[in-house]
Design a protein around this ligand. Structure first.
Ligand SMILES: NC(=O)c1ccc[n+]([C@@H]2O[C@H](COP(=O)([O-])OP(=O)(O)OC[C@H]3O[C@@H](n4cnc5c(N)ncnc54)[C@H](O)[C@@H]3O)[C@@H](O)[C@H]2O)c1
Length: 258
């Protein structure tokens, strides 16, 4: 499949100066979100466990209207999330957009999963979507806000070797619908994005073997790789006022694999 990249070209006036938090924003698709929001003129904060990737990203975006700020934090520690979010919201001066993006797609055979590993994998792939949202609700309600939850087509395809991950990703779609109903009256929209096989550094290093690449190219309707930049457009739109009556929805960015 030939290389094919794209950038978000639409500019949403309402995103300029908007305070935004992206979890897992120090690398992969999250870093593309941070960059896209920064290029919209938003005030972006991100959370990650990777100090090097986070520092490099903030440095690379130092010419943006607002240089992104970040905190190094392990989102598996739900008890620390309220303080983390309060700190970032205070630094940003409020919150309009929360992108719950951090995840960890480790593979595991069924027989190798201990109760502790199962808990850890759900903590890194599902729990913080809820706890970051919980901590953000008052600030989002004060302005009318947008939450985007990152799921995956992996659970819909029925991929094996990652039962905790696909369980979490299916849960995120359910969580999105429940939160959308509960938070709609507060003026907070909640939507969900399911990427397909996105060519991040981690995917290339760990999972994109020639065999996997063949499977992807046979699975997708469109020719070409899905790059992190290809997922940013839908997230900018959902964050913007153009989506003001869109909530409880799921959007797939997979080149037509389903
Ligand atoms: N890349 C894909 O093909 C793909 C496909 C479908 C869905 N997704 C979803 O998109 C989102 C982003 O995926 P990605 O491919 O960019 O992943 P990635 O592994 O490339 O990046 C994830 C980021 O989250 C950070 N992170 C991981 N664990 C963390 C923790 N405990 N606390 C704080 N930060 C943590 C990592 O350091 C990294 O910067 C995830 O929710 C993933 O499930 C990705």
């Amino acid at each position: 499949m030939g290389a094919q990249t794209s950038i978000t070209t639409s500019v949403y006036a309402g995103l300029a100066d908007a305070p935004v938090i992206v979890t897992g924003g120090g690398g992969g698709i999250g870093a593309a979100f941070v960059e896209a929001f920064a290029r919209q003129g938003a005030k972006v904060a991100f959370v990650d466990i990777d100090p090097d990737g986070s520092a490099k990203l903030a440095e690379r975006l130092s010419d943006a209207a607002y240089r992104p700020i970040y905190r190094i934090f392990d989102l598996k520690h739900a008890d620390g999330v309220p303080d983390l979010m309060a700190d970032l919201i205070s630094e940003l001066g409020g919150l309009s957009v929360l992108v719950n993006n951090a995840g960890y797609d480790e593979r595991h055979a069924i027989e190798d999963v201990t109760p502790k590993l199962w808990r850890d994998l759900l903590a890194v792939n599902l729990d913080h979507h809820f706890f970051c949202t919980q901590a953000a609700v008052p600030a989002l309600a004060a302005r009318g806000g947008s939450i985007v939850n990152m799921s995956s087509i992996a659970w819909r395809l029925g991929m094996g070797g990652m039962s905790a991950y696909v369980t979490a990703k299916a849960g995120i779609e359910g969580l999105t619908r429940g939160l959308a109903r509960e938070l709609g009256p507060k003026g907070i929209r909640v939507n969900c994005v399911l990427p397909g096989a996105v060519r991040t550094a981690r995917q290339v290093e760990k999972w994109l073997t020639p065999e996997a690449e063949r499977e992807i190219s046979q699975g997708q309707s469109l020719v070409g790789w899905v790059h992190p930049e290809d997922v940013t457009g839908i997230v900018m739109f959902l964050a913007s006022n153009d989506a003001k009556m869109i909530t409880s929805q799921t959007f797939v960015v997979d080149g037509g694999w389903l």
